[in-house]
Design a binder for this molecule. Structure first.
Ligand SMILES: *[C@@H]1O[C@H](CO)[C@@H](O)[C@H](O)[C@H]1NC(C)=O
Ligand SMILES: *[C@@H]1O[C@H](CO)[C@@H](O)[C@H](O)[C@H]1NC(C)=O
Ligand SMILES: *[C@@H]1O[C@H](CO)[C@@H](O)[C@H](O)[C@H]1NC(C)=O
Length: 484
């Protein structure tokens, strides 16, 4: 009997073990498959499971280096676990008085005017979704993002980072808001096609013919791919570089350095002006592949302020280069742009820059350079004033612009924003988790801290004033066969 019972327990135990092991194994397998499912479905800030925007195609992103397991665990860790412990930012405590915002902040009302009466309805937002690469929803100071399409390079990462820094800078002050955002270059909501229902979509630039709402671009926090640091660092070093040579020692001709191969007819035409004697211009090709290979030795912006005149030529759409060009303290020669970013609209021709006719680029440059060389004090004064304009546009002011635009936009929503089911929370940790080592360095350098000053005071709406400015500007630009 004793023998029998011993025998039973000896054989039964392994069977029970075996069943338990199978059971646990099945559970693990189910979890693994489920987790894999999740990671194959989860769209991320660095582009996992996302296709390029159909309206601006670029190569599909590949994650060649990651094994399936590494990828799955990264997505679970970064997208689902990073923000669990993040606390809310609390409330702001301001210890000093607010300043007044720069005049050009009035453009916020101008940009939002299409919704001033009709307001932003949920329907118009859902229509705008067709043109959005991502959707940003802020609820009680927390940020949720729904990704629809991939954005080139690290635009999404740095744009979302900028929004998180805004929340950190003004804790408890950002209203609940639901925003459709496109991270690609060109405005898309043509006024002609959408008069009945203007669609609200944020992007980095607009034109007078579009409803698109301009918002500060990613490069204010850094553009890793071309080694441009956060705006506050770049401005400081460019300003320093601009002082190395005095005005009379600066080269007495106009300079442009950039990438002409961006499907920009203006830049292609500009190449033809490359003759300092004939046209007073030097046009240099920026070879990014070479620069990347050589560690960005020759692309330092602070070494590019040795000319009395700097040319701005827009690219495929607006160009982030505008702010660096204006920071140089040289006299800007701006080839009349089609696309406008949020701050460039505050500039006035002949006061802040000399306009160059896109129809007549080389002769216009020549005239401008000749004028400047025969009026050195005036030319230098314009350059200096523009540099001051850019100094005023500190990163703090950039946050203020975001603050006011978002706040004014939120007032127009005629629905209460809620977290969309498919949106994931993003927080500092989730972005740091996804960033590679270089990106992480850039993100950390551009981190904001809570402000002791409230956002600058937005001047009251004056839509008439903006309209008059636009007319006055057009009157000058339309005449500018030759400019002065
Ligand atoms: C991919 O892996 C290789 C070899 O491990 C490494 O040298 C390289 O830097 C990695 N590339 C990226 C983009 O992580
Ligand atoms: C413009 O001319 C300079 C000097 O002649 C030359 O070094 C440069 O490569 C030219 N730029 C382009 C885009 O060809
Ligand atoms: C200037 O030209 C623009 C575009 O061609 C036009 O819409 C505008 O009415 C013109 N303005 C003036 C003052 O001539």
């Amino acid at each position: 009997m004793g023998l029998f019972s011993r025998k039973t327990s000896q054989t039964l135990l392994p069977i029970r073990h075996f069943i338990a092991v199978i059971f646990i194994f099945t559970i693990i397998l189910l979890i693994v498959f489920k987790v894999e499912d999740i990671s194959n479905d989860t769209k991320t800030v660095i582009g996992h499971n996302l296709q390029p925007t159909p309206w601006h195609i670029f190569p599909v992103r590949e994650f060649k280096n990651e094994t399936r397991l590494a990828r799955t665990s990264r997505i679970v860790k970064c997208s689902y676990l990073s923000c669990l412990t993040s606390s809310s930012n609390g409330e702001a405590t301001f210890t000093s008085e607010a300043e007044t915002c720069p005049e050009f902040y009035r453009w916020i009302y101008h940009d939002l005017e299409p919704w001033a009466k009709s307001r932003v309805s949920y329907d118009s937002l859902m229509e705008a979704k067709k043109f959005a690469s991502l959707r940003v929803v802020i609820i009680s100071g927390r940020l949720y993002v729904e990704y629809y399409y991939d954005c080139v390079q690290s635009r999404a990462l740095f744009t979302v980072w900028g929004l998180l820094q805004l929340l950190k800078r003004y804790p408890g002050s950002i209203p609940d808001v639901d925003i459709m955002f496109d991270c690609m270059d060109r405005p898309i909501v043509d006024k002609k096609d959408h008069t009945a229902m203007p669609l609200p979509i944020f992007r980095y630039c607009t034109t007078p013919d579009h409803f698109d709402i301009p918002f500060p671009d990613w490069s204010f926090w850094g553009w890793v791919e071309v080694n441009l640091g956060p705006w506050q660092e770049e401005f400081k070093s460019i300003k320093k570089g601009s002082k190395v040579t005095s005005w009379d020692k600066k080269f007495p001709y106009a300079y442009w350095k950039g990438n002409p191969n961006v499907l920009s007819p203006i830049r292609e035409k500009l190449l033809l002006c490359n003759d300092t004697n004939k046209w007073g211009a030097q046009i240099m090709r920026q070879n990014w592949a070479l620069e990347i290979a050589q560690g960005f030795k020759n692309s330092k912006l602070s070494n590019q302020c040795n000319h009395r005149y700097k040319i701005y030529a827009e690219g495929y759409a607006w160009s982030v280069s505008l702010k660096y060009i204006l920071a140089c303290g040289s006299l800007p020669l701006i080839i009349n742009p089609k696309y406008e970013d949020f701050f460039g609209r505050g500039l006035f021709p002949k006061e802040n820059y000399l306009p160059i006719s896109p129809k007549n680029i080389c002769p216009s440059i020549k005239t401008a350079v000749e004028w400047g060389n025969s009026h050195p004090a005036e030319a230098e004064a314009i350059g200096k004033a523009v540099q001051d304009y850019m100094e005023q546009l500190s990163i703090d002011r950039v946050y203020d612009y975001m603050y006011h635009l978002i706040t004014e936009y939120a007032k127009l929503q005629d629905f209460k924003p809620v977290r969309p089911p498919a949106a994931l929370e993003e927080c500092v940790d989730s972005l740091i988790c996804y960033a590679d080592e270089t990106q992480r360095g850039f993100l950390e350098r551009s981190a904001a801290s809570p402000s002791s000053t409230p956002p600058c005071k937005l001047p009251p709406p004056n839509v008439e004033m903006i309209k008059k400015q636009i007319e006055a500007k057009n009157a000058i630009l339309n005449k500018s066969e030759l400019i002065i």
